[in-house]
Design a protein around this ligand. Sequence first.
Ligand code: URA
Length: 448
Amino acid sequence: MYLPQEIIRKKRDKIELSREEIQFLIQSYASGSVPDYQMAAFAMAVVLNGMSDIETAHLLTAMIQSGDRMDWSPLRKRSIPCVDKHSTGGVGDKTSLVILPLLVADGLAVPMVAGRGLGHTGGTVDKLESIPGFMAQPNAEQFRSWMLARGGAFGAQTDRFVPADKKLYALRDVTSTVESIPLITASIMSKKLAEDLDALVLDVKFGSGAFLQSMDSAEQLARSLVNAGKISGCRVEAALTNMDEPLGRSAGHACEVTECLDILQGAGAPDTRELSLQLAARAAVLGHQDKSADAHQRAYMRMKNHLQSGRAYEVFLDIATQQGAHLSALERSNTEWIDAGVVDVPVFAQDKIRQQIHSIETRALGLLLIEMGAGRLKKEDSIDHKVGLIHMKKVGEWVESGEPLCFLRLRKNDVRADKFQAVACKSFVLSPEKATQEPAPLIAKWIQ
Ligand code: URA
């Protein structure tokens, strides 16, 4: 028997914790005998003092063992490998909704357990729940039957599947305890390793909208994630990707779903489309164990074809309706669930001259979204799926005099529009001079 306050004190005083102490704390938190306030103190001590590699490994194991593990042997008997993609989190980061159907269209199975909003970033589960009828937090039996029937399903942490991450994730969201390599590693990899995967692609963000902004710290995180996967026998690769500006032109739940539906129907934001294709191609190479020299290029062409032929869109509709989504909501002509009750307010630059966007303070836009109602201030809060930022200009684009930088999608009765407009305006760094540097590439590096 250990005392939670003693474990917190040791972490506070930079004393290494044993496997038993970490196991005790995580099991006690998952079962409810350690309360949120003690776990929040522990998480803050980890953010401030870090964890050794061995402590991180114990934390990861304890989080996996807090619940059940999936078992996809029935799929493997049918020679279907199980793969997934997970991102460390960003603003407007919506590729999961495109990647899952791409991979299923490619003959792979994808048991995608995602998260809700975290810190200043949005979460896949919240995005999916903006679709009328969508059940994004199925129980284990539902999830399994959907997977076996369709080869793909979206899910979330539950009281039986990584319950420790379910609780700790929600707690970290509102206690400023996200930015920590050991906590992110244990959170992401507990979900992914409990998913029983053959292969995994990680999208590790760096830049002003990422949790770890410098490329160096993002690379450290990527290596920590990849090592955790390798030790467990899962084939893992990580891409370091640019989060210096929001991904795509929309951020906010329903707005992002529509951007993904556009991509699945052959249009949509080029950066989101390209990143989805690249990450899906990599996951397909790892999943099919294609070792040929041009494996990535061939997988990329197949992914493009799954989009162009409409096959990935069909798969998305099939999986979404299996999960309860109202098919009528996913038709382009039905915008009622997206725009009823909201108003789009333009955000203009202060100077009425032609200017170029040199950079975007992406984290500030993420925090603005929380204030607008798209994120949680407290664990218990419900969120507004409809509010968001749309038609956002991208870094390097020119804005003509009188042309909006973006639009705020707000509730019609929200009286804070002026304040929000000012914050959004300040987040776009503009100049009448042409930037001397080209915007950084979307994928900076692969870690294998
Ligand atoms: N995604 C997760 O699942 N957990 C984190 O801590 C960060 C991103």
